[in-house]
Ligand binder design. Sequence first.
Ligand code: HEC
Ligand code: HEC
Length: 232
Amino acid sequence: MGLVGLLALGMLASAPAGADDATEAKKIFTQRCTACHTYGKGVKVGPDLKGVTERRPRAWLLQFVRSSQRVINSGDPVASALFQQFKQQRMPDWSDLSEAQVGAILDWFAANGPEKREIDERNADVATPAEIEAGRALFHGKARFGGGGAACAGCHAIRDPEGKSGASFGPDLTDSYLRYRDRALTLFFKRPCFPRQPESSSPGFLTPQESFDLKAYLRQAALLDESKRGSR
Ligand code: HEC
Ligand code: HEC
């Protein structure tokens, strides 16, 4: 078993089912399948996989993904026809993936996962008040990050409805949302700011939800500050 397989098994052992299955499915799909397949964007080297969980039985898919040649060689008419149609291009065997892992990919396809946006890719204007509040708590260290790590206010000041607070080691972030906007902030939050670099060795810096909550909080602070300046 390769390193990726070992890591994946580790994840399976420790992670509860649900969101983490989707995360793993996405990772495997991106690393091992997208060179030849799209989901909903047409034929590449192999067929478009959108709708594959409807056009094929699950048991067939579990076997085919792990060893397509074995299914083709067994004389299976559907597999043989596909193989002909795709000019006898061989799909690699993925026998190092467990049935549970392939199952997770199939569940993710069936739920239209590849076309769903990650939580943190949403724009901050759709945040609920609870998400903004969660972002505020994380920023000021009233709630802890899932992956550990220092609160933002330990280095950054910000002005919000309750006034200005935080340290001045890093830049004041009150208007950072206006300078970066959604997309750039989302990308920025994929990695810790430079002085926090040691934390980037831990696998997850911010979870997508934490990243989104912080972005929503920064947006609220920026808009409030802007409207105050406008009315002064
Ligand atoms: C090197 C190219 C290549 C890679 C990488 C690849 N495939 Fe394929 N796949 C194909 C080809 C080509 C076919 C068409 C059947 C054939 O030629 O064997 C196919 C067929 C399939 C089918 C059947 C589609 C249908 O319409 O019934 C599924 C499901 C599938 N692949 C899933 C995957 C998954 C999941 C991965 C990643 C773990 C993956 N493939 C990686 C080339 C690839
Ligand atoms: C250990 C201190 C420290 C912590 C903790 C920290 N930052 Fe920073 N941050 C900095 C410094 C210093 C800079 C300026 C240098 C840089 O861009 O890397 C910075 C830059 C930034 C910038 C860019 C600001 C600009 O004006 O361009 C943003 C946005 C930011 N941090 C957000 C955050 C958020 C959100 C958190 C909490 C998850 C956080 N930081 C935690 C020190 C820190």
